[in-house]
Design a protein. Structure first.
Length: 223
């Protein structure tokens, strides 16, 4: 739709502020921009002009603040170590998959349950996020006793030797080579999975727990 030029002449908002009468395509309150009449009125002592200046100043301030907030958000996003945040989230997912079950190493343990690694994340970066390598483990067993050998034995007892052998076969595989933003995307996926599991907390059988770990690995997309 073509915009038609109209004479520069103020309306009731500008108290019919006198315009130049020239044909103008861009007008505000009837006053032309390119001819300068609108800006002349805007800088006047008219109350409506003062109010308009105040509104424009507030709008400009808000836009600057919004732009700065977006810049700050982008800087924070780039500085965040998404790899570490992903690690915390996948360990939470492991606990949620194993919801309602005791420490695999010490069933009598009554304290906090962690997402423990069968093969340590420090020594085996290649499978640090792999859900097959992360299972429920009591804080004492995970942090202080370092029951790695015991954990492997218990995994074989509960899930079968074939399952443990599969996990062993993952050792020495290529280490994931993701950049920080790719880890951020993986983290977002992991958060959605964790939130879904929180809404459906129940005790799952062995087959379900293995299947869910495989599915989570697939969705997160690292393995």
């Amino acid at each position: 739709m073509d915009i038609k030029a109209k004479p520069c002449k103020g309306n009731y908002i500008t108290n019919n502020y006198s315009g130049c009468g020239e044909l103008q395509l861009e007008r505000v309150y009837g006053l032309g921009k390119s001819c300068g009449c609108y800006f002349k009125w805007l800088s006047s002592d008219e109350q409506e002009a003062k109010d308009k200046r105040e509104r424009l100043a507030i709008k400009a301030t808000n836009e600057v603040r919004k732009e700065q907030a977006n810049k700050d958000k982008e800087i924070k996003k780039n500085l965040t170590n998404w790899k570490l945040k992903l690690q915390v989230r996948v360990q939470e997912i492991a606990r949620l998959i194993d919801c309602g079950l005791p420490c695999i190493c010490n069933p009598n343990y009554k304290g906090q349950i962690h997402g423990g690694h069968i093969y340590t994340k420090g020594g085996h970066a290649e499978i640090r996020f792999n859900l097959h390598n992360i299972h429920r483990q009591g804080a004492q067993s995970n942090k202080w006793n370092s029951d790695e050998a015991l954990m492997r034995d218990k995994i074989a007892e509960e899930y079968g030797q074939e399952y443990l052998d599969m996990i062993k076969s993952l050792v020495g595989s290529p280490v994931p080579n993701l950049n920080n933003m790719e880890y951020m995307e993986a983290y977002k996926k992991a958060c959605k999975i964790a939130n879904s599991l929180k809404k459906n907390q129940r005790v799952r059988n062995v087959k379900e727990r293995i299947s869910m770990r495989e599915e989570v690995n697939r969705i997160i997309g690292i393995y």
